[in-house]
Ligand binder design. Structure first.
Ligand code: FAD
Ligand code: MLT
Ligand code: ZN
Length: 459
């Protein structure tokens, strides 16, 4: 049993107050946001700086104890909680909460991995700039977790996903060594893109301790509208018309009547008294009158328009995740997938009958411009969740799509990796893993990567 001496040593590294073992306190770190995944841990450890992270990583590796890095625990694929049945600790980044002065001329800022997105946004905004990634979990999701998952969110159409924002990274490797690339250069072509490799690695290659991100100008004038459309293809046509009118699209989201009905049951106001089959939420950097003209030219018969932050329109979209979780009688089967843009309607048509066959409700929504649909299946019998997942993900693959668009693979999608990656691709990923983490200490099981090898044994 590695626990006794290990926990004392960890307390020596981070301070006794930051090695949490009381089940009433650790419980919140051991179950993920969806409630589908719960793990075991000897302790939750909260290092306060990079040297302490390195100390924790080294000490756990010596004992063959797995490490599950955790930020805000808002991940939706079970990667943020430790495995069951093996000695592990949760390494919480909550205390890595520093933010550097904003480099205004260099359009960059460095932040500790544990800084929540909303805090970063506020700091950057006060300096007259903006950060290119935004998502509804902004109050809890951390910068480090967003890099580890290569988070997407609502502005990918304009600025790209998290990987496109990363200029530099600081991370503790499985060996305990600190890797630091930290220069606000837009171009730096010296060898392998290690920050890019760690982005999306889901805690399996290193513990990210800090990130240097690029910043963008603040949007000066925006307008948003929810437009009534009868099909995803029609939503795409409207989007194209808006772009052809010369307006810069900052976000383009798809919602469905069933989602509106559910939100209304939970007290939200409907944007339309008589909800259309589909709804397109679009934000442009332009005046409201220009957006109205573009929508009219695109043949949109009914739309609700708001200038500025359009908080009311966005509240409708952002409420989906929470209301869906609350409304389901069993943990929601959430499948974040992408397909080629013209296949979005086909995907919904393919999933609807599967949901009916399994007695589930299907409430899809997502990032239209990215071909990224969030397939939410409510009331699924947990004993049949994998079977339904299998059927949906095979339909996605059949349409030429990806089993994960932005949430990652975590533990939830491991059995279906081969639907999106070839054997050679998977072998190359495993080779990277065994080069950087030969004993498999970091987040074993996530992304299908092997478990911890006890010290003294071969790989
Ligand atoms: P966690 O959940 O703590 O961890 C996620 C993964 O990253 C785990 O594998 C963990 O081990 C690893 N990890 C965390 N921190 C580190 C670190 N410092 N070093 C190494 N590995 C680490 N996601 C999107 O992409 N787009 C969205 O629009 C979006 N909207 C959301 C809305 C809601 C309401 C919710 C609940 C979630 C949403 N998500 C979205 C999912 C989630 O917010 C993102 O995946 C986010 O990036 C996770 O950040 P986190 O700090 O909570 O990470
Ligand atoms: C979103 O776009 O709101 C998220 O990715 C969360 C979800 O899929 O529920
Ligand atoms: Zn999303």
């Amino acid at each position: 049993m590695p626990a006794a001496g290990l926990l004392d040593d960890l307390a020596g590294i981070v301070g006794g107050a930051h090695v949490l073992t009381d089940p009433a306190i650790t419980a919140g770190y051991l179950t993920d946001w969806t409630g589908r995944w719960t793990g075991d841990a000897l302790a939750v450890v909260r290092p306060g700086n990079t040297a302490e992270v390195a100390g924790v990583v080294r000490r756990c590796a010596e004992s063959g104890v797995a490490i599950c890095p955790q930020g805000g625990n808002t991940g939706l694929v079970g990667g943020s909680v430790p495995p069951v049945g093996m000695p592990a600790v949760v390494l919480s980044t909550a205390r890595l909460d520093w933010i550097d002065d904003v480099d205004v001329p260099g359009r960059a800022v460095g932040a500790g991995a544990g800084v929540p997105l909303a805090r970063l946004e506020r700091r950057v905004h006060a300096a007259g700039l903006a950060f290119g990634v935004d998502l509804a979990a902004r109050d809890s999701a951390t910068v480090g977790g967003m890099v580890a998952t290569n988070a997407g969110g609502i502005h990918v159409v304009r600025y790209g996903s998290m990987r496109a924002q990363v200029l530099g990274i600081e991370a503790v490797l499985a060996s305990g060594e600190v890797l630091r690339r930290w220069r606000p250069l837009r171009k730096d072509n010296v060898g392998y893109d290690l920050p890019g490799l760690l982005t999306g690695s889901e805690g399996t290659l290193a513990v990210i301790t800090g990130v240097l991100v690029r910043l963008v100008p603040q949007l000066r004038r925006t307008a948003s509208a929810i437009a009534a459309v009868d099909h995803p293809a029609a939503a795409l046509r409207v989007l194209t018309a808006i772009e052809e009118a010369g307006l810069v699209v900052c976000a383009a989201e798809l919602m469905i009547r069933r989602g509106m009905d559910l939100l209304a049951e939970h007290g939200h106001r409907r944007p339309f008294a008589d909800p259309p089959p589909y709804l397109l939420l679009v934000t442009v950097e332009a005046a409201g009158a220009d957006l109205a003209a573009a929508l009219e030219a695109a043949g949109v018969a009914d739309a609700v328009l708001e200038e500025g932050s359009a908080a009311q329109l966005w509240a409708v979209r952002e409420a989906h995740t929470e209301i869906i979780a609350r409304a389901s009688t069993t943990p929601v089967v959430k499948l974040d997938v992408s397909v080629p843009l013209p296949a979005l309607g086909d995907l919904i048509d393919a999933v609807d009958p599967l949901a009916a066959e399994f007695g589930a409700r299907h409430i899809p929504f997502g990032h239209l411009a990215d071909g990224n649909l969030h397939v939410n299946l409510l009331d699924v019998d947990p004993a049949r969740a994998d079977e339904l997942t299998d059927r949906v993900l095979r339909a996605v693959a059949g349409l030429g799509g990806s089993i994960s668009a932005e949430h990652g693979v975590g533990r939830a999608k491991v059995p279906w990796l081969d639907l999106s990656r070839s054997l050679a691709d998977l072998a190359a990923m495993r080779a990277v893993k065994s080069a950087l983490d030969p004993r498999g200490t970091l987040n074993p099981g996530v992304l299908g990567m092997a478990s911890v090898t006890p010290p003294g044994r071969g790989l």
